[in-house]
Ligand binder design. Structure first.
Ligand SMILES: [Cu+2]
Length: 270
């Protein structure tokens, strides 16, 4: 019910201001949510380790934290404090009339991502530490803070971050020796792009949407677009290729940015 409302709301928004809302609003949210958790959680139900934590287990939530977002480009509260080891269930509510999002990360990661969003406003992402929330809707994130440090959260929709839509998140607790290694800047994974030639990108299929002609790809570095590894939605020009793709497939492809859209061409299974 809530999800349907959210979709309806983003559809309406799409009609009113196609340019803006396309930023993050054109996803099938129901599918996205369902796939998000399975895609990121390994066999043990534990997601990839990020410097700011990992996907939390819904059965091990310590506390619920409500965050609201407004068209004044502010979060409330805009400062959070967490004990190291806590699993937080965030309920993120959009009180405004514009699309907003809630993304967790280090300051470096958020800055880098915000810059990409200014460059490519139509980028549609999919990570377990972010929620795109339609006007009037709310979304959930379950996140385990198993690394101490000073982190943040932000709305990275083009212009919102720059208007100050961000907050601080402090995770208190002693650091363990292995944490120091994960605190370094998210580096370029060696080889990925170089190995595969100048304009080919390595990736893994997360989801295929044949009606929309899109595919969500967890991709490596894209040298020709100067984009770091992440999960992102691509359009395909020839939708027939989608019939041969399924979640989990390892692929190589050429990533292009054309008419404000990301396009995957020359898709090949290695
Ligand atoms: Cu926003």
């Amino acid at each position: 019910m809530v999800l349907q409302k959210a979709r309806l709301a983003s559809l309406v928004l799409l009609l009113i201001q196609p340019g803006l809302s396309l930023a993050h609003g054109n996803q099938d949210h129901a599918n996205m949510k369902a796939a998000k958790h399975t895609a990121d959680q390994g066999k043990a139900g534990v997601g990839k380790q990020h410097p700011w934590g990992q996907t939390g287990d819904p059965d091990k939530v310590d506390r619920k934290v409500e965050v609201s977002m407004s068209d004044a480009m502010r979060f409330s509260p805009d400062s959070l404090r967490v004990e190291k080891g806590e699993t937080i269930h965030f309920v993120v509510r959009n009180e405004g009339k514009l699309m907003h999002e809630f993304v967790l990360g280090t300051t470096e990661a958020l800055n880098e991502h915000a810059e990409l969003m200014m460059k490519y406003p139509n980028m549609a992402h999919d990570e377990p530490y972010m929620a795109h929330v339609a006007p009037g809707a709310s979304e959930d994130i379950i996140w385990r803070f198993n690394r101490s440090g000073e982190f943040g959260f932000a709305c990275l929709i083009a212009g919102h971050y720059q208007a100050g839509m961000k907050g601080t998140l402090s995770v208190q607790g002693p650091a363990t020796p292995d944490e120091k290694m994960t605190h370094k800047k998210p580096g370029h994974s060696p080889g990925d792009a170089r190995k595969s030639g100048h304009d080919m990108t390595e990736g893994r299929v997360r989801r295929v949407n044949r009606e929309q002609g899109t595919v969500m790809i967890e991709h490596g570095e894209i040298p020709n677009l100067n984009m770091p590894p992440m999960a992102m939605m691509f359009h395909v020009e020839d939708t027939d290729v989608l019939n041969s793709l399924k979640p989990g497939d390892a692929i190589r492809f050429k990533a292009l940015h054309k008419d404000r859209k990301f396009i995957a061409t020359d898709i090949q299974a290695p």
